[in-house]
Design a protein around this ligand. Structure first.
Ligand code: F6P
Length: 319
């Protein structure tokens, strides 16, 4: 490998910049050329490609978002789009690619591998919804943002003795809801991976009030449904004044935590190592404290293991 391209794709995640920095600096360290591709696959097809050097990634490790911009590109799912992408890489003499993103981005990475471009995926998404890694870049920052919001909402919930429903992101995964719910002391957590019973939730809320609890927080993962609907339902059933907050995209921003910066740095560097070793169609991950590499097919085709013990613990501790 002589010239590595790097792009970010799909929803941005705090720590993506640290990953870009690692890819660029590790490439330069090994004497390789490295180019940044802006706006994900859309920018690849449009030829938005620029060579990077050590200075191109100065002062970004602490920044949220992605210096390379990002996009979701349905066009890249077509043969025509992929052929155009390969042609652009050839035109710029790029012989290997690091794709930082979630599962949609990895599908593009796999397609490029099948077309002969050596490609490695780096998991970057706040959702933490990829198999073959314990953590994705951005998740830790997102849960810290979420608990900061939960703490603030709890202040006003306490003052007004109110019940709050807070909707968090996560697409089809409940990880953000589970960890921020446990860490934020939510009374109930609703996630797509576990069935919930509205009667039981209401029962628990009412028992809490009888015991003297003056406020409650119910955390809803967006994969379960709209927080607004659930708030209305609880209000109708209890006759209480329920307020709803949708945390939304603020969970995607902000300076990455130390954990995300370190994870992104290790993952970006490992992607370059894998390309130097001649690998392709792999994703990097972390299991325990160890960095691992898995075939991207396994990542895309296998089911994610869901450990419900933390979810259950949150239920026990919020009794
Ligand atoms: O995948 C990250 C994510 O933030 C999900 O949690 C959410 O469902 C989705 O992206 C939102 O996408 P968009 O920014 O396109 O509205």
């Amino acid at each position: 490998v002589k010239h590595i391209g790097v792009l970010t794709s799909g929803g941005d995640a705090p720590g993506m910049n640290a990953a870009i920095r690692a890819v660029v600096r590790k490439s330069v360290y090994h004497g390789l050329r490295v180019s940044g591709i802006r706006h994900g696959y859309a920018g690849l097809m449009a030829g938005e490609i620029e060579e990077m050097d050590l200075g191109s990634v100065a002062d970004i490790i602490q920044r949220g978002g992605t210096k390379l911009y990002t996009a979701r590109s349905p066009e890249f799912l077509t043969d025509q789009g992929q052929e155009l992408g390969v042609a652009m890489l050839q035109k710029h003499d790029i012989d290997a690619l690091v794709v930082i993103g979630g599962d949609g981005s990895f599908r593009g990475a796999r397609a490029l591998s099948h077309r002969g471009v050596r490609t490695i995926g780096v998991p970057g998404t706040i959702d933490n919804d990829l198999p073959c890694t314990d953590y994705t870049i951005g998740f830790d920052t997102a849960i810290n943002t979420a608990i900061d919001a939960i703490d603030k909402i709890r202040d006003t919930a306490t003052s007004h003795e109110r019940t709050f429903v807070i909707e968090v992101m996560g697409r089809n995964a409940g990880d953000i809801a589970v960890i921020s719910g446990l860490a934020g002391g939510a009374e109930s957590i609703l996630i797509p991976e576990a069935p919930y019973d509205m009667d039981q939730i209401i029962d628990k809320l009412e028992r809490g009030v009888e015991r003297g609890k003056r406020h409650s927080i119910i955390l809803v993962a967006e994969g379960v449904g709209k927080g607004m609907k659930i708030g209305e339902l609880i209000g109708q059933r209890t006759g209480w004044e329920v307020r709803v907050t949708v945390l939304g995209h603020l969970q995607r921003g902000g300076s990455p935590t130390a954990f995300d910066r370190a994870l992104a740095s290790r993952m970006g560097a490992m992607a370059v190592d894998l390309l130097i070793q001649g690998e392709t169609s792999m994703m990097v991950g972390i299991k325990g404290k160890k960095m691992i590499a898995t075939d991207i097919d396994a990542a895309l085709d296998s089911m994610r293991e869901v450990d419900l013990s933390i979810y259950e613990l949150a239920g026990i501790l919020s009794i």
